[in-house]
Design a protein around this ligand. Sequence first.
Ligand code: NDP
Length: 244
Amino acid sequence: MQLNFSGLRALVTGAGKGIGRDTVKALHASGASVVAVSRTDADLVSLSKECPGIEAVCVDLGNWEATEQALGRVGAVDLLVNNAAVVLMQPFLEITKETFDRSFNVNLRSVVQVSQIVARGMIARGVPGSIVNISSMVAHVTYPNLITYSSTKSAMTMLTKAMAMELGPHKIRVNSVNPTVVLTAMGKKVTADPEFSRKMKERHPLRKFAEVEDVVNSILFLLSDRSASTTGSGIMVDGGYLAS
Ligand code: NDP
């Protein structure tokens, strides 16, 4: 499916590594102007070399004031991918205020903040838009040590629906993509135990984890007009895990 995003401006958070990085590359290759937002400047420098012309914004999205400063005047955005997240693993009885707050601030509160900035701009310009929130299959099923992380993703399910409900009349669609493990830095951390990883993979009907490309393809579909009547919804990229 060849998609053309020429004439549109996209903003991708968590653009420095993994899924966000490849999403920027795909959008850039499909003609979009891209604002790449991430936390580590070196990642943005190397990404800018790979994708000449992108705008790089270095900010910690867990910091509300810094995010307002960096993105408050970002200008016209037509497509938004809320992808930045952290996974801070702790068993339930050891969850701390710091990890809980950090997880919710980066994974969920920043989605509210960045989406507000972008959606206000879309409404002011009177243009349609598409927002894709990168969730996870752990919005629906969880594992030991992932309670805080999966809670952020589960909350994202309702946030996606609520945003779709309020922004729909402005022709702004909001959907999520819910992958299983993808072997990025984050995916490798979660599956570091080989026995856990093996058992988990076996439970997938397709007997495999997802590839970054599989996730990016679903993001691009939801950003594009090919999904014009889809909002408040989510695409599972889970190798059938939830069916098993
Ligand atoms: P990675 O850890 O590989 O990359 C995450 C990117 O987000 C990094 O560039 C990171 O920058 C950036 N980021 C993290 N925190 C912040 C912050 N506070 N401010 C700005 N940027 C930040 O993750 P993935 O690519 O694997 O994950 C992308 C999305 O996919 C996430 O939402 C994740 O929850 C979701 N997902 C991932 C799965 C997996 O198995 N990989 C499975 C299901 C969902 P830096 O490194 O500099 O902190």
